[in-house]
Design a protein around this ligand. Structure first.
Ligand code: ADP
Length: 566
């Protein structure tokens, strides 16, 4: 309903409701006054009741008119009704005042009612005009009575002082007229203020509703699922894509997600079966998960981000699960991996052949070679070895991504592995004048791991530490226990890792620019593979670094490992 219409409707109804009471009130006053017997009331009880009943009949008519105005949604009708009501009151009160003794009566106060009603209905102007009319009516009444144009009814049956002197009468009516004016202006102004605030509030509500509609339409238009959960992890809103793709039902609203907000805990809400390809382990530098599911007969891959929903004022509303369709990227990625895998396989054999040919040439198996030739062959041999290493890494990555990389877990004591790696790397460190220090624990606990893979991780971490540490500095390996984990830290005093690069360190082929400057060789696969291996052991790997001062890579391996598949 229009605000104006609503307001006029309410005020009109309010005046009508009030009328029941004041008509009864005036009737009572009339009866009591007549009973008092000291006045000149001409009316019989019956005529008093008849007058009251006619006013109430008029009120009923007003009610019918009000209903009709509302049905027709007509502001003009409501204005006419308001006007009729105020006019009726002004006439009725003038009649009552006359009957109650004119200037002698206190019926003058009744006029405040139509003044306030007019101000509320028609604002400032309405209040002022009805105040002026009221003033005019009371003043004319006493003048006409004084000059006998209309008869004066003696209120108390005696000649009162007010009636004797016109000036006294007029002082009284003038004074009250001024009050009428004040009340009219005051109420009109108040009504105007209220109206302005009401309008402002309505505008605000309208713009908020519009904003809300736009936001919900935007969310509904997203092709990928979006789920909003309130602060207590209850599902509150989700878009049509969530219904179609995840099979969520309206009845799921309010469903509580137990535990954390990882996708695995959404199986109760999502009717579509899905596979979590990449769970959100704490150690992942990017806080997302990856799921795959079948929709309309096709395999789809989604990257799922869990984001906190916070207001500008910092108030927390809950969390959102935002799905991002990465099916296409996955297909391209797969094709790329396949290409790399095929290319690597094809390259592996000729490179191995070159390796053995170079080796046999260097060993003089095909005739004696001089030192210069040997030196050149050696350079070729080293480059070839590097290429083989790269290809081995590429093959390993592609096997890991295809899920064909199994860990061969056995119970071992890590001491042997660490000792061997430290010994091997010790030689390289010594050549570079880097000091390698091992801080051993008092007791080496047994641990279930894949020894060759963990050896690979340790070799990579130590190799990096030595590679990125200038001569004369120290690399330290510390092994210890921390709650349920075995903790291995490789700390160096090298070039460090700029903060902006730390998040991407464990991704494929990433090398930070400061490292490329000091060491041109490297393929950026070592840490990627290391992390995959550690994840496969349900362990964690963290980096802590200060640029220019050094880095510390910490590996946590659970003391009870059961995972067999990367
Ligand atoms: P590579 O060493 O072959 O470049 P990695 O995957 O082992 O590849 O390392 C990736 C990148 O991480 C490196 O290129 C380097 O930028 C950074 N990095 C790794 N270890 C260290 C370290 N100890 N000090 C400084 N930077 C490091």
């Amino acid at each position: 309903m229009d605000l104006q219409i609503e307001r006029k409707y309410i005020v009109n109804r309010w005046i009508m409701n009030a009328r029941w009471f004041y008509v009864l009130g005036i009737l009572c006053i009339g009866m009591i006054t007549k009973q008092g017997g000291r006045t000149n009331v001409d009316f019989s009880y019956l005529s008093m009741i008849s007058i009251a009943l006619s006013v109430l009949a008029l009120n009923t008519f007003f009610y019918a008119y009000l209903r009709r105005s509302l049905k027709e949604n007509s502001i003009t009708r409501l204005n006419i009704l308001g006007f009729m009501q105020i006019a009726a009151e002004l006439i009725a009160f003038t009649f009552v005042m006359h009957q109650a003794g004119g200037v002698e009566s206190i019926a003058l106060v009744f006029y405040f009612l139509p003044i306030v009603s007019a101000a509320t209905l028609f604002g400032f102007r309405g209040g002022l005009i009805s105040a002026l009319i009221s003033g005019l009516l009371v003043n004319l009444l006493v003048i006409f009575e004084y000059y006998g144009v209309i008869p004066h009814i003696y209120r108390y049956g005696v000649l009162s002082i007010e009636y004797q002197y016109l000036s006294i009468s007029l002082i009284k009516t003038f004074t009250i007229s001024i009050f009428y004016g004040i009340v009219g202006i005051f109420t009109g102004y108040g009504a105007k203020l209220l109206l302005a605030r009401e309008n402002a509030l309505q505008n605000k509500t309208l713009s908020l509703t519009k904003e809300k509609n736009i936001v919900s339409s935007m969310i509904a238009s997203f092709e990928d699922p979006i789920i909003f959960l309130d602060d207590g992890n209850n599902i509150e809103i989700f878009n049509p894509a969530a219904e179609q793709i995840l099979g969520m039902k309206i009845a799921d609203r309010g469903l509580k997600i137990g535990g954390n907000l990882n996708m695995d805990n959404f199986r109760k809400a999502a009717k579509t079966d899905f596979k979590v390809i990449q769970p959100k382990y704490e150690s992942y530098e990017l806080p997302f998960e990856e799921v795959s599911l079948y929709y309309q007969g096709k395999e789809m891959n989604y990257r799922v981000i869990t984001a906190e929903v916070k207001g500008k004022d910092g108030r927390r509303y809950g969390n959102m699960k935002i799905f991002n369709n990465v099916t296409r990227e996955k297909i391209i990625d797969k094709l790329k991996s396949e290409f790399i895998s095929i290319a690597a396989h094809q390259l592996r054999t000729p490179l191995t052949v070159i390796k053995w040919i170079t080796k046999s040439l260097m060993d003089g198996e095909s005739g004696k070679i001089n030192d210069e030739q040997k030196e050149l062959l050696n350079k070729g041999y080293i480059s070839n070895e590097r290429m083989i290493e790269l290809i081995d890494n590429l093959l390993k990555v592609s096997r890991m991504e295809d899920g064909k990389f199994d860990l061969k877990l056995t119970r071992v004591n890590l001491k042997k592995i660490i000792d061997e790696v430290v010994e091997d790397m010790g030689r390289i460190a010594k050549n570079k004048d880097v000091v390698l220090v091992l801080n051993e624990p008092e007791l080496w606990p047994d641990i279930v791991i894949d020894p060759s893979q963990i050896t690979l991780v340790m070799e990579n971490l130590l190799d990096n530490a030595v590679k990125y540490t200038p001569p004369g500095r120290k690399v330290e390996i510390s092994v210890g226990r921390e709650s349920e984990y075995l903790k291995i830290t490789v700390r160096d005093e090298g070039i460090g890792i700029p903060e902006k690069d730390r998040g991407r360190l464990f991704s494929k082929f990433y090398r930070s620019p400061n490292a490329i400057r000091v060491e041109t060789e490297g393929n950026g696969l070592g840490l990627y593979i290391a992390k995959k291996i550690i994840d496969g052991h349900k362990g964690k790997i963290y980096v802590d670094s200060s640029e220019g001062k050094g880095s510390a890579f910490t590996v946590y391996l659970p003391l009870t490992t059961q995972v067999l598949h990367i």
